[in-house]
Design a protein around this ligand. Structure first.
Ligand SMILES: NC(=O)c1ccc[n+]([C@@H]2O[C@H](COP(=O)([O-])OP(=O)(O)OC[C@H]3O[C@@H](n4cnc5c(N)ncnc54)[C@H](OP(=O)(O)O)[C@@H]3O)[C@@H](O)[C@H]2O)c1
Length: 344
């Protein structure tokens, strides 16, 4: 089966997905019967191109890594990105533009344009899903199209696949997790004697820092993820702006020292819980005891502890993820759609 992919966003995640596709193309064809080709790439400032026979990804990667325009990779595409997406001749659109905190955002326009133009949608962009989950899911369902978003929380580790597909009928009572790799890496590095600035530099070097660093450092990314889990898995109706939030920007070495002498570790903890009929969430910087299930989650690792009615407590741990794990989330969503599993 031929699968024409349109990439919207060709930054850290888009490029890593392109590398993964280059490595796995023959396996995709042989084992999964999927002849996947990227037929279009849309970016913000580095040009947008299409090529029906498939874009040369090696060339696109070379150009993008050098910060050059992609326009020599195919026919240039001009005009509003949403309109280009609607018109594009592709089967699947992968939306990986930057996170924004607002109900109106370009990522939503991209997803709506793809669905109304008959394309399946895969995204690792949390913004559209946290604000418009119900609407986008319903729009995809009525059109018989895929809408998958595994990469929005904990990269490629199965969170939505697990709770929406595998553990059918289970009720989540509450969750707590370390969901932001950047802040966890910085906290671990400060504990090991390095500076806050060293931590930010490492996260940037690894391609983990959000396009706007405040999204990570001021706790927005973790808050959006907490709301996303609460809205998608617990039926909540939360908006990130309304949720109590703390980041790590205000952290002092005194607070770290106090935690250390109390045999505790500083962690940015995201929570979701039920209160009567409503669902609540919060993100806070806390000193956790060493025997807490999240205390040993170090570096870029992330973890989610979920309390449920049937299986009591489950913990998912993703050890030291990097960009490949997010690219894998897109890849596994692609295979799910290929298998007819249109939404988790
Ligand atoms: N990095 C991670 O580890 C990670 C993990 C999980 C999820 N995510 C999510 O994945 C998404 C992408 O992250 P990233 O690290 O790849 O970001 P990034 O490196 O900043 O890349 C963003 C890409 O989007 C393009 N873009 C920006 N505005 C656009 C617009 N209006 N129309 C079309 N393209 C536009 C940019 O093009 P220009 O550069 O030309 O402006 C760039 O190619 C984000 O939503 C992020 O939250 C990232």
């Amino acid at each position: 089966m031929r699968c024409r992919i349109l990439l919207v966003g060709f930054g850290n995640v888009g490029r890593e997905f392109a590398r993964l596709l280059l490595e796995r193309r023959s396996e995709l064809a042989k084992i999964h019967g999927l002849d996947a080709a990227v037929v279009g790439i849309i970016t913000g400032r580095h040009g947008s191109v299409e090529r029906a026979r498939g874009i040369d990804l090696r060339k696109a990667l070379r150009l993008a890594d050098a910060g050059a325009s992609l326009e020599s990779c195919g026919r240039g595409v001009h005009g509003r990105s949403a309109e280009c997406i609607r018109r594009a001749r592709a089967d699947v659109m992968i939306e990986i533009t930057p996170l924004r905190i607002a109900p109106r955002q370009i990522g939503v326009d991209h997803i709506v344009a793809a669905l109304s133009g008959g394309k399946h949608v895969i995204t690792a962009n949390k913004g559209p899903v946290v604000y418009h989950y119900r609407r986008l899911k319903e729009m995809a369902r009525t059109q018989g199209l895929g809408f998958r978003y595994e990469g929005t929380v904990m990269d490629g580790a199965p969170v939505f696949n697990l709770f929406q597909e595998t553990l059918r009928g289970i009720r989540i009572l509450s969750f707590e997790g370390i969901l932001n790799s950047t802040t966890n890496l910085i906290l671990s590095m400060i504990e090991a004697g390095r500076t806050y600035e060293d931590g930010v530099k490492s996260a940037r070097h690894m391609g983990l820092l959000e396009t706007d660093p405040a999204m990570d450092l001021e706790g927005w990314d973790a808050t959006v993820k907490a709301c996303l889990l609460a809205n998608v898995l617990m039926g909540g109706r939360l908006r990130p702006e309304q949720v109590p939030r703390e980041g790590i920007a205000s952290l002092t070495s005194k607070r770290i020292e106090a935690a250390r002498s109390a045999r505790k570790r500083m962690k940015l903890i995201a929570r979701g819980w039920r209160e009567g009929r409503s669902v609540k969430a919060s993100v806070s910087l806390e000193a956790v005891a060493l025997d807490h299930p999240l205390a040993s989650v170090d570096g870029t690792s992330s973890s989610l502890v979920v309390r449920t009615d049937m299986l009591r407590e489950l913990q998912i741990i993703e050890r030291q993820p990097a960009l490949r794990q997010t690219a894998y989330a897109l890849y596994s969503d692609l295979l799910a759609i290929r298998d007819g599993r249109l939404s988790p």
